[in-house]
Design a protein around this ligand. Structure first.
Ligand code: GRF
Length: 211
């Protein structure tokens, strides 16, 4: 069984969708950079080990990154899943876990990196919005895209309604991609996401790169 850890900062609904998906792997730990992250309780209820590396305890980002990396390594994971993890990770950290770190971002990248993605989408007037799962590289929200799910923007959408519909797609998309990785079908090769085997395309899941 492959091992994975999940990094959170808050609510943890993506974490819950991963933990409840029956993934072919063992969740070794859920790690938060905030002691008050609501998701920690959800992990504990599911019998998952939790840890907190509070970024406020460190004067420099590199020190926080090093402590976080040490905590992650303790669990010897094959895969690191960022799920609503709201700290920017430095290059050294990212390189150390490159090829085995995934992130979910609530927009159709490369559109709308960063925060307030739903407000950005509404302000831009796009007709399609959505979410992306990508490998993490030093470029913020800029790593190779694995898969995306699209959500039509409705005329009466506000930030909250759009966020709700995108989040429902996130909860389907992320476990699906995590499963590919844990099955050994998904890899980062020459800066591209490579997926082996048949890819069932259903619902709003837009065909990922197959190679
Ligand atoms: C999600 O929309 C995720 O894509 C973004 O932050 C939100 C976190 O929600 N990065 P949750 O903590 O998974 O409920």
């Amino acid at each position: 069984m492959k091992r994975y850890v999940i990094l959170i900062s808050g609510r943890g609904s993506n974490m819950e969708s991963l933990l409840d998906a029956g993934l072919p792997g063992t969740c070794a730990a859920v790690i938060s950079n905030r002691p008050d992250a609501a998701g920690l309780a959800g992990a504990a209820t599911r019998g998952i080990l939790t840890a907190v590396i509070d970024h406020r305890d460190f004067a420099a980002r590199e020190e926080f990154d090093a402590a976080l990396a040490a905590e992650i390594e303790r669990h010897a994971p094959d895969l690191v899943l960022l799920a609503g993890f709201m700290r920017i990770l430095g290059d050294a950290f990212v390189r150390r876990f490159e090829g085995r770190t995934l992130n979910i971002h609530p927009s159709l990248l490369p559109a709308f990196p960063g925060v307030r993605t739903h407000a950005q989408a509404l302000a831009a007037g796009v007709r399609l919005h959505g979410c992306s799962v990508h490998f993490v590289t030093p470029a913020l929200d800029g790593g190779p895209i694995v898969a995306q799910a699209a959500v039509p923007v409705q005329a009466d959408d506000d930030e909250a309604s759009l966020a709700r519909r995108v989040l429902a797609e996130e909860h389907l998309l992320y476990p699906r991609v995590a499963r590919w990785f844990l099955e050994g079908r998904l890899q980062l090769v020459d800066g591209r996401a490579r997926l082996a085997g048949e890819v069932p395309v259903a619902g709003a899941l837009h065909a990922p790169r197959v190679g």
